[in-house]
Design a protein around this ligand. Structure first.
Ligand SMILES: [Mg+2]
Length: 268
């Protein structure tokens, strides 16, 4: 496939550009492609399902690994969730469970992040310091009618927290507890939700037909990209490092599959 007529390249982060956000070691093939795309003047952007860190924090981590990009071209699941709430209710009062990143993205969108009722929206991201009281309060607010938003949809994920390297329970699993206790169903804002891909393309003033989305995960990156009408590139990484997501009956077949991202250089 010839990709030279594309204008915008959107990249996933974890297991595509770097090992993961808390182990920001770059993949060499990704860095080579990134530099080639930059030199040729393609537009670059980031769309990550990480919700515990803000766009600014993700941008810093990427810069350290050699991927230079302005933070207004870095789209996180937290920023997407904030946009989702803002589009429905600007300035809404939100109870946000997350490690600070999503809170920062919510505040940046002009939403009122608060720990006291009344609560218009409950938004839950991965949070390894979450307390029982927070989970209980979120459950109570959802029971009383606040819509529940799951910031991205991973059941578990690898990372480092308080110096411990390991696998941690993800936001989808925390939200499952609230759903079970309330009977409510969360809206999952993160890949593979096609709207966030469409929205990212639109914010950058591009067309889906001119856009390539590159990722390691068929069920999040590829399914979401296909449904949004962009060209999808799957890079084959270590299968053990692919975070589990649910893509339902969406098509997770990539337009292009590569073992190494530098294989694409001859096509740009
Ligand atoms: Mg990934």
């Amino acid at each position: 496939m010839n990709l030279s007529d594309k204008k915008l390249w959107i990249f996933d982060v974890d297991n595509t550009l770097i090992k993961d956000i808390e182990h920001p070691k770059p993949f060499k093939d990704a860095l080579t492609l990134w530099k080639a795309l930059s030199e040729k003047g393609y537009e670059l952007a980031i769309l990550t399902n990480v919700g515990r860190l803000s766009s600014r924090q993700v941008q810093k981590s990427l810069a350290k690994a050699g991927f230079e990009i302005p933070s207004d071209r870095v789209f996180t699941a937290g920023a997407a969730a904030a946009a989702y709430v803002h589009n429905r209710s600007p300035g809404a009062r939100c109870f946000v469970i997350s490690e600070g990143g999503a809170r920062e993205d919510f505040v940046a969108r002009g939403l009122d992040v608060t720990n006291n009722p009344p609560i218009d929206f409950v938004a839950v991201g991965a949070d390894r310091g979450m307390t029982f009281d927070e989970l209980n309060f979120a459950t109570k607010m959802v029971k009383e009618g606040s819509p529940l938003i799951c910031i991205s949809g991973s059941r578990d994920y690898p990372g480092v927290y308080l110096g411990t390297d390991g696998i941690f329970i993800g936001e989808r699993s925390i939200v499952a507890a609230i759903e079970d206790a309330t009977g409510a169903q969360a809206v999952i804002v993160g890949k593979p939700l096609p709207e966030i891909v469409v929205e990212t393309v639109k914010i950058l003033n591009q067309q889906s037909s001119d856009t390539v989305l590159v990722g390691d995960n068929p069920n999040s990156d590829i399914a979401g990209g296909n449904a949004a009408g962009v060209t999808t590139v799957l890079v084959k990484r270590n299968p053990d490092d692919i975070v589990p997501y649910d893509s339902g009956d969406m098509d997770a077949t990539p337009s292009v599959t590569v073992k190494s991202l530098d294989e694409l250089i001859s096509q740009i």
